[in-house]
Every structure is written in structure tokens, then in C-alpha cells.
Design a protein around this ligand. Structure first.
Ligand SMILES: N[C@@H](CCC[C@H](N)C(=O)O)C(=O)O
Length: 275
């Protein structure tokens, strides 16, 4: 039997497991089972709380998509991670530093149930894309079936493509998202965001996530979209991002600086399950 906590950040949901006080070694099949909404608990991502690998961090934060793939970044999960370690009494600090596979994240408790995550410095030319990006537009073009798709590429520690659309409600999120996620340009696959710009301080966004399909919200996707919009001269430095599951505030002062993400993190229920 293992103890787990079901959490959500804007409807992007997680099974969170304390792997410090429990002996946990999950196989890919067990992760898929836990993530399964019919036969298991159900989640977009599974999060493991582990001991840190560096001296200045309190924990290591490991992230697995619903398909069992391990990844290096999850923004909504990071806020839930902060809430989890505080609620479980694993940390009493107001600012928590965690190691991930890609980078260190700093998590800060804000007013109410809000948590701010310092998501790290975005990279505008992820190594995953072996193409020359046009310096002026910073946009890539690919042909998917009969459709030409133009996107910005942003790494937040995980790969994102951001496509601008006029009407996000009717954007081809499932069809284009699934195709571009697995396109040969992305040997490690990618998360595909569809961004509608409302004004310089507000966007609407839907994200087809690598390894989880469309989710109600993607924190790293929101950061990537705002970075892409600012780089294209379309957005100011503080942007409200409206996702199907709720709102995030993303702030970025520009190149070489970390992106800040603020939003809610909520516990849904606690449980035990036999693997
Ligand atoms: N939901 C997440 C991102 C989770 C990982 C992503 N699917 C990937 O494979 O990189 C978020 O809130 O950032």
C-alpha cells in the first residue's frame, strides 16, 4: 500500500507521493495505472517528493507524465509540491528550493492559497530543434498534412511550441497538437500551446501536453506563451493567462531573467492504494 495525495492547480491534476518517508520505486506500468482515470486514481502528472541532490535545496522534485515518461519541468505541479510539503510538515519555510532534473526552482507562498514559482530562465532556441530560426520573427514553420503551422519555440526546462490563434475556443488543439507533439523536429516530443492575445496584458491559452494530451492548464506552457508573446513585441511584462481551468499571472522582465508564475494549488483528497 502507498499513501498518496490527489492535488490540482487550475484543474491540471496530480498524484503526489512522499518518497522520503515511504520506500517508492515505481515502474512505468505502475505510473500509468495510478494516472489512469478509469482503473487507477487519475492524474495528468505524478509527482515524487524525494531528498535533494544539491546542498542548498530542501527536496528533489520528480515529474512523470500520465504516459509514464519522466520530464524535467511542471509549473502547476511545482505549486502543488510546495503546498504538499508544507501541509505534510516536511518544510516550514516560506521559500523552498527544489532540485529538478533540469534546474532548481524556488517556490514562495503568497497570499491565500497562491504560490509563486521562479521557473528559471527561458531558452529561445531549444537544442531539441535542429533548425535555423529567423532572428527577426523568431518563428518556425512546418507543414502538417495540408496545414502550414507557424510557431515560436521556447524551453522552460521542457520543450514548448507556441502557436498564435485568433480564437482559442475553436483552435485545432487536438489535431495539430497531437501531430506537432511527435513531429520529427522534436526528438524529445513537445508541449504545444495555442495562444489568443486579448490585449498586451491578457492572453487565452490551451495546451496539448506531451505525454498527457490536452489538460485544463499548463504552467510551463503559460510561461512559454508569455515569453514568446513578449519576444514578438506583443505583450507587456506582467500578463494574466486565462486557461480552461483558471488563471495564472506570469511575469518576465526579459532575456537572461527567470520567469515568475503565480497561481493556486489545492489538495483534493488523500488516499492509499495497493500496487
Ligand atoms: N502540466 C505541466 C507540464 C507537465 C510536463 C509536460 N507535459 C512535459 O512533458 O514537459 C505544467 O504545469 O507545467
Amino acid at each position: 500500500m502507498i499513501n498518496f495525495t490527489k492535488m490540482q492547480g487550475l484543474g491540471n491534476d496530480f498524484v503526489v507521493i512522499d518518497a522520503i518517508n515511504q520506500q517508492i520505486q515505481l515502474t512505468t506500468a505502475q505510473i500509468r495505472f495510478l494516472a489512469d482515470r478509469h482503473f487507477g486514481v487519475g492524474c495528468d502528472q505524478l509527482l515524487l517528493v524525494e531528498r535533494p541532490i544539491s546542498d542548498n535545496a530542501e527536496f528533489k522534485y520528480r515529474i512523470f507524465n500520465a504516459d509514464g515518461s519522466e520530464v524535467a519541468q511542471c509549473g502547476n505541479g511545482a505549486r502543488c509540491f510546495a503546498r504538499f510539503v508544507r501541509d505534510k510538515g516536511l518544510s516550514k519555510k516560506d521559500e523552498i528550493i527544489v532540485d529538478t532534473d533540469a534546474r532548481q526552482l524556488t517556490l514562495r507562498f503568497a497570499a491565500g492559497d497562491l504560490v509563486t514559482v521562479e521557473m528559471g530562465v527561458p531558452a529561445l532556441e531549444p537544442k531539441q530543434i535542429p533548425l535555423n530560426v529567423s532572428e527577426q520573427s523568431k518563428l518556425y514553420k512546418v507543414k502538417l498534412a495540408e496545414t502550414e503551422v507557424e510557431f515560436a519555440a521556447v524551453s522552460m526546462g521542457n520543450p514548448h511550441a507556441v502557436i498564435r490563434v485568433d480564437d482559442v475556443a475553436n483552435a485545432p488543439v487536438l489535431s495539430i497538437g497531437a501531430r506537432l507533439e511527435c513531429h520529427e523536429l522534436f526528438p524529445e516530443r513537445a508541449n504545444i500551446g495555442f495562444m489568443q492575445i486579448v490585449n498586451r496584458r491578457q492572453i487565452k491559452l490551451r495546451v496539448y501536453e506531451r505525454g498527457a494530451a490536452e489538460t485544463l492548464a499548463c504552467g510551463s506552457g503559460a510561461c512559454a506563451a508569455v515569453v514568446a508573446g513578449i519576444e514578438q513585441g506583443l505583450l507587456d511584462q506582467d500578463v494574466q493567462v486565462q486557461l480552461p481551468g483558471g488563471e495564472l499571472i506570469i511575469s518576465w522582465i526579459g532575456s537572461g531573467h527567470p520567469v515568475l508564475m503565480t497561481g493556486a494549488a489545492t489538495t483534493v483528497f488523500e488516499g492509499q492504494i495497493k500496487l
